[in-house]
Design a protein around this ligand. Structure first.
Ligand code: SF4
Ligand code: SF4
Length: 372
């Protein structure tokens, strides 16, 4: 469901166990739902994109699944067990003819997608915008997130999250706060720290848009690194499609649930920022603001700052937003070429395609918090 691409990096170093003194009693945090308000969701029955993944399985779920399906294939060990996907970039072993064979017993990440939770200083819920069943209208709304209407179509996903929150042990969340405080102390000592509100005030409501210096954008991994490492999107005609870096351009590969990828062609990504019509510029700006509001984004920026020597959190977030915006537009251009449109000025619908093709990829970046 989520975390298809797992990049080893600073988060892994930061998550090495260290002794922590636990307070005697720990309050249960509420779910922060501001970033879910206003969204509408309806799963597309022809899609299956989110099943090109290896969902995490909790110990109690594993008992039920192995009883019903003794043939289940697992990956990982200890507390980190995952339902294995089929090899060569295939979908989860239980996806058959666009349906989940495990439906009643599917693990929590499958019940909760397209919601994602970042556990850091709070439990912040946001919507995975790569899911084609999610409308992007709230990104262009002028109303502040907390004043928008309740989300539509996400009742069972929110219910599952709330159940899990009530049953959660507080200690793992306390550990992530502790990791965050260590990162903060390190950046404070270097005179580089700014708190999240200050960074957001500096960059919102006019987040930095990408310019010529942000191109060309980083190529996706090549096919040889494994189809399971490639960024994905859902195409109305081809179904799940992956980007792969290649000599002279990016390959687009139509993926199959049983594994393997069929080339849809090689496309040259842009060397400079494409033009945007009014709706496209507004949508891109709204998306960058949404990303800035996600704690996962700033927690990931903090980690990346550990590998650099200068600049404040605002400076680093500004660079990361420009890089994100440039990637969205480059992927939008390549997607529009796949649809036989070679535009110099992108429309709102094309930028939406770039956002769909990028959001999950960025949510998979390491942070000092947890994908709870
Ligand atoms: S990605 Fe979204 S629309 Fe597609 S199957 Fe998953 S939940 Fe449904
Ligand atoms: S368990 Fe079912 S819903 Fe979850 S990834 Fe596998 S096929 Fe998809």
């Amino acid at each position: 469901m989520y975390v298809r691409i797992v990049r080893p990096g600073a988060a892994d170093r930061e998550s090495e166990p260290r002794p922590i003194e636990m307070p005697a009693s720990l309050p249960l945090l509420p779910l922060d739902l501001d970033l879910v308000r206003g969204f509408r969701f309806a799963c597309r029955p022809d899609c299956g994109l989110c099943c090109f993944a290896e969902p995490r399985v909790a110990p109690e779920e594993l008992v039920r699944i192995t009883t019903a399906r003794p043939d289940v294939q697992l990956r990982g060990h200890g507390r980190d067990r995952f339902l294995a996907a089929r090899p060569r970039g295939g979908a989860c072993q239980f996806l058959a003819a666009d349906r989940c064979e495990l439906h009643a017993l599917r693990p929590r990440p499958c019940r909760e997608y397209p919601l994602t939770v970042h556990a850091g200083r709070r439990l912040q819920v946001s919507v995975v915008l790569s899911c084609p069943g999610v409308g992007l209208e709230p990104l262009t709304s002028d109303r502040p997130a907390r004043d928008r209407p309740d989300p539509f179509g996400l009742g069972s996903e929110l219910g599952s999250l709330e159940e899990r929150r009530k049953a959660a042990r507080r200690s793992p969340i306390f550990e992530t706060e502790h990791r965050g405080r260590r990162v903060e102390r390190f950046l404070r000592a270097a005179g580089r720290w700014q708190d999240d509100d200050e960074v957001r005030r500096a960059l919102d409501p006019r987040p930095p848009l990408p310019g010529p210096a942000d191109y060309p954008v980083a190529a996706p991994p090549p096919e040889e690194e494994g189809l399971e490492r490639l960024p994905l999107f859902f195409d109305g005609r081809a179904g799940p499609v992956a980007f792969a870096g290649a000599l002279g351009g990016w390959d687009l590969l139509e993926l199959s649930a049983t594994g393997g990828g069929r080339s849809l062609g090689r496309f040259v990504p842009p060397e400079r920022p494409p033009g945007l019509d009014g709706g496209a510029a507004r949508l891109l700006s709204g998306y960058l603001r949404y990303m800035l509001a996600r704690d996962a984004f700033l927690a990931s920026v903090h980690l990346e700052m550990l590998d650099t020597e200068s600049g404040s959190v605002t400076d680093a977030a500004r660079v990361a937003l420009r890089e994100l915006g440039a990637t969205v537009l480059a992927r939008a251009v390549v997607r529009s070429k796949l649809a036989s449109r070679d535009r110099t000025v992108l429309t709102e619908a094309e930028v939406a395609g770039g956002i769909r093709a990028t959001d999950q990829d960025w949510l998979d970046r390491p942070t000092w918090g947890d994908r709870w």
